[in-house]
Design a protein. Sequence first.
Length: 281
Amino acid sequence: MTEDQSRKDSDADNQKSWLSKLANIFTDEPQNREDLIQILQEAHNNDLVDVDALNMMKGALKVSELQVRQVMVPRAQMVVVPQTSSIEDILPIIVESGHSRFPVVGEDKDELEGILLAKDVLKSFVKKEADFNLKDIIRSAVVIPESKQVNILLNEFRTTRNHMAIIIDEYGGVAGLVTIEDILEEIVGDIDDEYDNHEDPYVMKVADNVFRINALTTITEFNEQFRTGFNDSEFDTIGGLVASEAGRLPETGEIIKVSGVNFKIIKANKRRVEFVEVDLG
């Protein structure tokens, strides 16, 4: 047997092996999520699944474990329309934000009146309605608790054809909002940027006593690993703790001090902090 023939036979055997493993997804239930991800990763490594498909499948699996508080646009970042706004007030908000849906509020963001669709405002503008009244065109808001599972909300969005939900905290105050686009971004969003490795660790050492932390790392895990004593009674994750201390969504490069510890924001998007760097001295 020639060397080329031997190599071809070996490649064929390997491909059959990986195809068999991939087929097991449908015939033998993986023991856990890690088993399933490993099979998908191996399939990608052997060119059976491309990187986009792999990341979307990983994203779909991740979404099934998330609560809406982890994907929402925080209250401080919400673009809202006051209920007393005229059409001349509203148009610049629509143009500058580029959004298609807006919460309508009273004196503050806890006084939720409903949801305004940009297309409804534009219809009134085109018709040049002299008696424009915002209350006549706002729609009922979908209100959900911040503990709701993201995959359940996505299914509700699909069946009800709603695209936005307002999130309330345990005290009934507005905590933020989430759109169907926000959820889909968790599935098909950023692929292979500088911090998104295939085996993305929650805690990664970058220098002596300096660590890059995935902001979804729980406060309990952080305390156990670094022997700190951060309070987890109000927030579950390091990202939530840092954002709470800042009183808003921090920006990339910003340093937030929490109980004497500096957290540098390494990566943040419009909804949440994603990665921080902590120097434990």
